[in-house]
Design a protein. Structure first.
Length: 284
């Protein structure tokens, strides 16, 4: 027996060739405990457990608005391109995030589109001492490379714009080597740590910078795929649709007022011309 330090959602742990390998809960797939477990297997394990108990974003960046679901995973641990819940199906990216509208079971998802850029945006609470930008960058860079085993070349930037901290992870399909952890898995582990629901056996990440704990009020994750997502108007939120409708109505109303105004002006000019002609006739 052994302890899976990087995943507590496992069972039947055994040492094989000096490596601790355990069965991921809910899927039966054995995982290597020396590295991160895939996000797909982690979500499946979490579903099994739940059943028993400031900057401008890129144009095609989108959030995960669906949250947790019970995914279908390949034997390698990656998401299947097509995910379904009963008779409702949708296509996902390599991060398991829905990138199309929901359809019936006839939906075709020809490929698993890669998420090449993940933006993690966090808003921290008020602090007694101001955050030092260099200390912040060093902390998150070391945490991501050491705790989540991500090669530092995939950390594009760590930006601080008080009170927002933004971390950019970039890893396209041509850059990723077979032994590299995936940025989607890193982002999932990291988000769980930030929200106090760590997947690691030893508990959450100690987020203290310059001897003061860093507390977050809000965390959002945005995904940018190698191919733009395929959402229609139907997938927009009711609030956004309402705004669009109001704008359209305002434009139409403006056009109507403009047309009516021009017509009234036209009639007035015509009447003046007629009266002038009549006056001229009478004078003669």
């Amino acid at each position: 027996a052994c302890i899976c330090e990087k995943n507590k959602r496992v069972t039947n742990c055994q040492v094989a060739n000096g490596v601790c390998r355990c069965e991921s809960v809910g899927s039966g797939v054995f995982v290597n405990c020396d590295t991160l477990t895939s996000k797909c297997l982690l979500m499946k394990a979490e579903m099994k457990g739940s059943k028993s108990g400031r900057r401008e974003k890129p144009k095609d960046a989108f959030e995960d608005t669906d949250g947790l679901y019970d995914p279908e995973c390949e034997n390698t641990g990656v998401f299947k391109a097509k995910q379904c819940n009963g008779t409702t199906c949708w296509c996902v990216n390599t991060a398991g995030v829905r990138r199309t509208d929901k359809h019936d079971a006839d939906l075709k998802c020809n490929q698993l589109v890669r998420t090449m850029w993940i933006i993690i945006e966090m808003k921290h609470a008020e602090r007694n001492t101001p955050l030092n930008t260099e200390s912040l960058k060093k902390f998150f860079t070391e945490a991501i490379t050491n705790r989540y085993l991500l090669n530092g070349r995939y950390i594009s930037s760590v930006v601080y714009e008080k009170p927002f901290i933004t971390i950019d992870l970039k890893q396209n399909s041509s850059e990723k080597s077979p032994g590299d952890v995936d940025i989607a898995d890193v982002a999932y582990y990291f988000e769980k740590d930030v929200k106090g629901d760590s997947i690691f056996h030893d508990g959450a990440l100690n987020m203290s910078i310059d001897n003061e704990r860093l507390v977050f009020e809000k965390t959002a994750v945005y995904y940018v795929d190698e191919i733009a997502p395929e959402f229609s108007m139907k997938s927009l939120t009711p609030g956004l649709i309402a705004v669009i409708v109001v704008v359209i109505v305002a434009i139409v109303a403006g056009i109507v007022v403009l047309v009516l105004t021009r017509r009234r002006k036209g009639k007035y000019v015509k009447a003046e011309v007629i009266n002038f002609r009549l006056w001229c006739m009478c004078g003669e």
